[in-house]
Design a protein around this ligand. Structure first.
Ligand SMILES: [Zn+2]
Length: 470
């Protein structure tokens, strides 16, 4: 296999990567702030991390991934206060929605989903460590701040101009712009509204709550150790969030916090004209409503490199729906055929080599998708000209299964199994009966619920055929 290489935001270069212990990659990924359902921009980042995870495993390494759930921060407190409920009551249902959305998009589960409110003791211990090291101080507002001029190298990740650093000035809010590079809050003294929504805890500095940046440093080090192999997140988190994570962690331990920093680019939705078949979409719920399958979204996202901006448009989603149909048709054909030829076997070998090579080169998914389509064309030609070798067909099925298993565009036939088929047949029977009694609204509703599950149906004189297009 070719060497595995990954772009490291710390150095600005694509570098060879392997886990420090040679076997398991300790991966930290900044998760959602659970005050409302994550939008598709967040999910583009989570899909990039899903791809990273799957490629690391394709390389034969284990992966221990942490994705935190930020369940206490400025935005959560503001919304809980508006509604007059506790932060837990606000965030619990959003966490449930997050996992349902994640499963819909077939994003593999991380090993850990720690909630910030369950790691308060670790956060307090980290602030104490920083105070003991002389890089944190208590201000007259009762909060504890990180003194950025005491940490050499502040701003290295985001290449912050040191002239912008305002010594002694302080910022208390969780998120702020580069123009406000100042001492940031590690621990904030409690206000009455924090107490009212149960967002305050006892600490050596009195009642208070953690700052957002502190949450990730404390949970990452508690679960994965003091030096991570990879820390990933959206590019929008590079400043101040990741910069502050580095400062807090390294000023406490004296060790590098993460060997590699990897950032996924933005999903642009501004000015996207959503019309006709695909209407406006900004959440996974919208996708479901519009009948856009996980397959189509995964194809759409992986057709652009993760370090390039991506435009969400109806035309692009519709093109992905068509592309997925082609992959689904081919998957059906591979399952139906009984033998192949040397040409088919050759196409399978080419696919495996090419996909492994491009995915190992900084996760070049668009080229892997391209290799998959080249394989589909070559394999269709080879199958058209007939063959007599079942082993060649076996090779083609295995190559397709492996490459599709990394991109996970159409579901593995091995997992969709008989249960799904039984359910679909029952739905089709109900739809046929609805049409017979001219209840077209009911028939349409059944078609829609099938589409949501990634099942496309086709009516013909001999009856209704269906196939899985996810
Ligand atoms: Zn984070």
């Amino acid at each position: 296999m070719p060497e595995f290489r990954l772009y490291n935001s710390l150095t600005g270069e694509v570098e060879p990567f392997a886990p420090a212990d040679g076997s398991t990659v300790r991966l930290y990924t900044c998760g959602p702030t659970v005050y409302n359902p994550a939008h598709l921009g967040n999910f583009r980042t989570f899909l990039f991390e899903d791809l990273l995870r799957r490629v690391l495993r394709m390389r034969g390494w284990g992966v221990e991934q942490v994705m935190n759930l930020t369940d206490v921060d400025d935005k959560i407190i503001k919304r809980a206060t508006e509604r007059g409920i506790t932060i837990r009551a606000l965030t619990d249902p959003v966490v449930t929605t997050f996992h349902a959305d994640r499963e819909y998009l077939r994003i593999q589960a991380a090993e850990h989903y720690p909630r910030a409110t369950e790691y308060i003791a670790e956060m307090i211990a980290l602030v104490e460590r920083l105070q003991a090291n002389g890089v944190a101080y208590r201000a007259d507002d009762g909060s504890v701040y990180f003194a950025i001029d005491k940490f050499e190298g502040y701003g290295r990740l985001s290449r912050l101009d040191t002239r912008k650093i305002r010594t002694g000035a302080r910022v208390a809010q969780d998120d702020y712009a580069k123009e406000n590079a100042q001492d940031f809050a590690l621990w904030k003294s409690a206000k009455p509204e924090d107490e009212a929504c149960a967002a305050a805890w006892d600490s050596p500095w009195g009642r208070g709550r953690p700052g957002w940046h502190l949450e990730c440093s404390a949970m990452a080090m508690a679960l994965l150790g003091e030096t991570l192999d990879i820390h990933a997140g959206g590019v929008d988190l590079m400043f101040p969030h990741h910069e502050d994570e580095i400062a807090q962690s390294e000023a406490a331990t004296g060790k590098p916090f993460a060997r590699f920093w990897c950032h996924g680019e933005f999903l642009l939705t501004d000015g996207a004209k959503m019309a006709k078949r695909v209407g406006n979409v900004s959440t996974v719920a919208d996708l479901r409503e519009q009948g856009v399958s996980a397959a189509a979204l995964r194809h759409f996202v992986f057709s652009t490199h993760y370090r390039k901006q991506l435009n969400l448009s109806a035309a692009a989603l519709e093109a992905s729906i068509e592309a997925v149909r082609r992959i689904g048709d081919f998957s059906d054909r591979l399952a139906r055929e009984t033998a192949g030829s040397p040409a088919l076997s050759e196409a399978a070998d080419t696919l495996l080599v090419e996909a492994t090579t491009v995915l190992s080169d900084d996760l070049n998914a668009p080229r892997a998708v391209g290799a998959l389509f080249e394989f589909i064309s070559a394999a269709n030609r080879a199958l058209d000209s007939r063959g007599s070798d079942p082993a060649a067909l076996g090779r083609a099925r295995e190559a397709f299964r492996q490459v599709n298993g990394v991109l996970d565009i159409v579901p593995d036939r091995g997992t969709s199994g008989g249960e799904l088929a039984d359910w679909v047949e029952a739905q089709l029977e109900a739809r046929t009966q609805a049409r017979a009694r001219r209840d077209f609204a009911a028939a349409d509703a059944i078609r829609k619920s099938l589409e949501e599950k990634g099942i496309a149906i086709e009516d013909s004189p001999s009856g209704t055929r269906w196939k899985s297009v996810r």
